[in-house]
Design a protein around this ligand. Structure first.
Ligand code: GMT
Length: 376
């Protein structure tokens, strides 16, 4: 198949999922064309069957807001025509699903049927999509997609609850590529923690939904009871507040704010525990990646997280904002008599999300939309 893969190229999980999926499809002999405004961060060096088409936005003085979705739709049309693509798989509904709809209509005028598969990732539905400024267009674009997937059962229910959707939404969970975890080195641990110290980690975009201040407050309680350090990986609007709270708690010397890392898996590979106290999380890819590194997780019981982390098996869950409870869970999981067992169970749980289980699901969906004839 020749597949157009449309995603955000940045550090967010949706871009990571799209990139890893594209790479896996390419390794299986399919031709994958990434269409986005920058090179996807996890794309890595060049490989057979992978192509990248950059969406270039021209600045014009009239545009306070350059119309990205129009340029993206035009680029989709161009790439479909030139590369003879069979279908588009768009990740994150805003604006990718609506741009794809426009591209589909333009191509229909020339008698070309372009199936569109839309994968919903989370904030496109739970935060932005329900905003009246987006809702009518997003509902429409989702309904016009030839197939729609969501990364968890929780996100599927939220989508049905929040939108007037008359489409079937299939749940295809996020995944990991085990090979990427075998290559990790992990010898930098000594740069951050002494042998007797526990190393905790958090990775996110530091947006309010991630509750990074709860990470700091949870860690402050843990650090009162155990020798411990914390790696904070990522950047975003709440970073300064998190740094301020770390100073206020007197733990600034124990917390490393590393900023964005090209390969955050390296930080996970040296960590003992992952903290994800989000307000909402449709899946929690970072938690899955932590488990794939053998790192148990303390997270909130929200959204899709309970579908990924088995409470009492691969980690522990607590109510949103319950920092004392999360610190208790952390202490429990770090206890020598529990830690090794939870590490092994985290690895086992992550194996359930191996890409080799998920790839056939997407291929089945692609084959399904390719087999369907256009209605008009
Ligand atoms: O977490 C974000 O705000 C970024 C967003 C994204 O587009 O990457 O993450 C969402 O998609 C990820 C990949 O499917 C999920 O693992 C995250 O749980 C989801 N984030 C939220 O629901 C907050």
């Amino acid at each position: 198949m020749r597949i157009g893969m449309v995603c955000y190229p940045t550090f967010g999980g949706s871009g990571v999922v799209a990139t890893e999926l594209g790479k896996a499809l390419a390794a299986n002999g399919h031709e994958v064309h990434f269409i986005t405004y920058d090179q996807p961060v996890r794309l890595g060096s060049f490989r057979p069957n992978v192509f990248y088409h950059e969406v270039q936005i021209s600045q014009y003085p009239l545009f306070d807001y350059p119309p990205y979705e129009l340029v993206l739709a035009s680029k989709m049309v161009e790439v479909v025509r030139q590369q003879n693509l069979d279908l588009l798989h768009v990740h994150y509904a805003i604006p990718h699903a609506s741009s794809a709809y426009m591209a589909k209509r333009i191509l229909a005028e020339e008698g070309r049927h372009l199936p569109v598969v839309t994968t919903l990732h989370g904030t496109d539905i739970t935060l932005l999509g329900k905003d009246p400024g987006f809702e009518p267009v997003i509902s429409f674009a989702i309904n016009q997609s030839d197939a729609v997937t969501a990364v968890s059962t929780s996100l599927r229910s939220d989508t049905y609850k929040l939108f007037g959707i008359n489409q079937d939404i299939e749940v295809v969970p996020n995944f990991i590529c085990p090979d990427h975890f075998k290559e990790l080195r992990g010898q930098e641990r000594h740069d951050f923690a002494e042998d007797e110290e526990h190393l905790l980690c958090h990775i996110s975009n530091f947006r309010p939904v991630k509750r990074v201040v709860d990470v700091i407050r949870t860690f402050a309680l843990v650090a009162e009871r155990l020798p411990a350090k914390l790696l904070m990986v990522g950047d975003g609007p709440d970073r300064s507040e998190a740094e301020r709270v770390a100073r206020e708690c007197g733990i600034e010397g124990k917390v490393f704010f590393l900023g964005k890392l090209k390969n955050p898996l390296e930080a996970l590979s040296i960590s003992d525990l992952f903290l994800l106290p989000s307000e909402s999380e449709s899946f929690g890819l970072a938690a899955l990646e932590a488990m794939a590194c053998g790192v148990p997780v303390v997270a909130t019981e929200t959204g899709g997280l309970p579908e990924v982390i088995r409470h009492g098996v691969s980690g522990m869950l607590a109510p949103i904002g319950a920092v004392e409870k999360m610190a208790e869970h952390a202490e429990f999981l770090l206890a020598p008599q529990h830690h090794e067992k939870f590490k092994q169970q985290a690895l086992k749980r992550a194996a359930a999300f191996d890409i080799t289980r998920v790839l056939p699901e997407y291929l089945r969906i692609y084959n399904g939309v390719l087999a369907e004839q256009p209605a008009d």
